[in-house]
Design a protein around this ligand. Structure first.
Ligand code: PMP
Length: 418
């Protein structure tokens, strides 16, 4: 830790003072040989667990063939096959095309570029508490100041924030839609808005689930004004919520979907899938990147899809989600500090408050819970506008025994913090 602090800027935060030596499925071992259960999954990256053998094998095979050409220079099969697979998985009965990149933020950047190129409009609407990345455009879209935006402005203009619905904190779907209408009145005419970007379940913002009727009304509003709807599924995608893309459950087909994290099973790959005519708007040479859609990461992503089929991980995600919800609700029933248990599929979180009052967020307790759980051998992550939400992103491949061991540690940690 001393060497880390001396060599690396403090801006690269660290939620746990642990150096990992090895990982296997839902467990990791640190350099001192301590074992931890991993409920963080590298921030939603490891739906298929650490070092899943089929994924490791696929990567090794690719390493022996070639590791890099730059897809815009020399094409390769895994990129094309992966694009075909993703096109078939994305909702909507229209032709689709997919572009691959390396990080989530890059996927969002590209979705906005494509939306602007297609609509010939500039403005973008995002949401309060939303998170879309750490580059300057995606920080502009992100709806949370500390710590992400502190000291980094100015951000690109023509970005407006509408309210994300949040029943617990008094924002209804009607309020959220009205806040978009207000943007059209106060800030920018609808005919200049290129896109609305929304997370079907806000990740960093606190696992706030967008009500399905909200997503449906967003779709209708976009259709009314010729605005493109972009679903940011970087955290919700790759089966975390029980369907490959979370938005499928609302019946809404967005014009574009951004994806990253668990699609690569631990290798850096992201993508944008969308309506073919939208995706074809930028001129040849307008999209891409040196490492975008690396053959090694494409091979890993194809193996992830195989593992999903083999282990029936979408059904597992739904069952696991039900189990997590029930177990955490049982804890909440006896503990007024948990003011809400919420989620979609296996994307589940608890919100912590003081005196049983949801309007008094308890970030200190969330921090203390994560620290206490670490001492007891469980890696947990916090999130939320007020930092008072504890989220679970355990690999979908984790055994019931490991999941229950982790849940028991959460209960024991809460008890110890009474
Ligand atoms: N969008 C969402 C919804 C995310 O959760 C994240 C990462 N937490 C990003 C974008 C940015 O992804 P990356 O860190 O890979 O750039």
């Amino acid at each position: 830790m001393a060497r880390r602090r001396a060599a690396i800027p403090r801006g690269v935060g660290q939620s746990h003072e642990i150096f990992i030596a090895r990982g296997e499925n839902a467990e990791v071992w640190d350099v001192e040989g301590r074992r931890y259960i991993d409920f963080a999954g590298g921030i939603a990256v490891l739906n298929t667990g650490h070092c899943r053998p089929e994924i490791v094998e696929a990567v090794k095979k690719q390493l022996d063939l070639f590791t890099h050409t730059c897809f815009q220079v020399l094409a390769y099969e895994p990129y094309v096959e992966l694009a075909e697979r993703i096109n078939a998985l994305a909702p909507g009965s229209f032709d689709k095309k997919t572009l691959f990149l390396s990080t989530g933020a890059e996927a969002v950047e590209n979705a906005i570029k494509i939306a602007r190129a297609h609509t010939k409009r500039s403005a973008v609407i995002a949401f309060t508490s939303g998170y879309h990345g750490r580059t300057l455009l995606t920080l502009g879209l992100t709806g949370k100041v500390a710590p992400y935006k502190l000291g980094f402005g100015p951000f690109p203009n023509e970005i407006f924030h509408a309210q994300f619905p949040n029943a617990l904190h008094g924002v209804s779907v009607d309020d959220a839609i009205a806040s978009i209408e207000l943007i059209f009145k106060n800030d920018v005419e609808a005919s200049r808005v290129a896109a609305i970007i929304v997370e079907p379940v806000q990740g960093e913002g606190g696992f706030n689930v967008a009500p399905f009727d909200f997503l449906q009304r967003l779709r209708a509003l976009c259709d009314q004004h010729g605005i493109l709807l972009i679903a940011d599924e970087i955290q919700t995608g790759a089966g975390r919520t029980g369907t490959w893309f979370a938005i499928e459950q609302s019946g809404v087909a967005p014009d574009m979907i951004t994806m990253a994290k668990s699609m690569g099973g631990g290798y850096p790959i992201s993508g944008v899938v969308g309506r073919a005519e939208v995706m074809d708007a930028p001129a040849a040479g307008g999209l891409g990147g040196t490492y975008a859609g690396s053959p090694v990461a494409c091979a890993a992503a194809l193996a992830v899809l195989e593992v999903f089929e083999k282990d029936q991980l979408l059904a597992r995600s739904r069952n696991l989600g039900n189990h997590l919800m029930r177990s955490l609700q049982a804890m909440a029933a006896k503990d007024a500090r948990i003011c809400e248990v919420r989620g979609l599929g296996a994307m589940v979180a608890i919100e912590l408050c003081k005196a049983g009052d949801a309007h008094q967020p308890d970030a200190d307790l969330a921090k203390a819970l994560a620290a206490e759980a670490t001492k007891r051998g469980l890696i947990l992550l916090t999130c939320g506008t007020y930092g008072n939400v504890v989220r679970i992103l355990v690999p979908l491949t984790a055994s019931d025994a490991i999941v229950n061991e982790g849940l028991d540690i959460i209960q024991a940690s809460l008890t110890a913090l009474c």
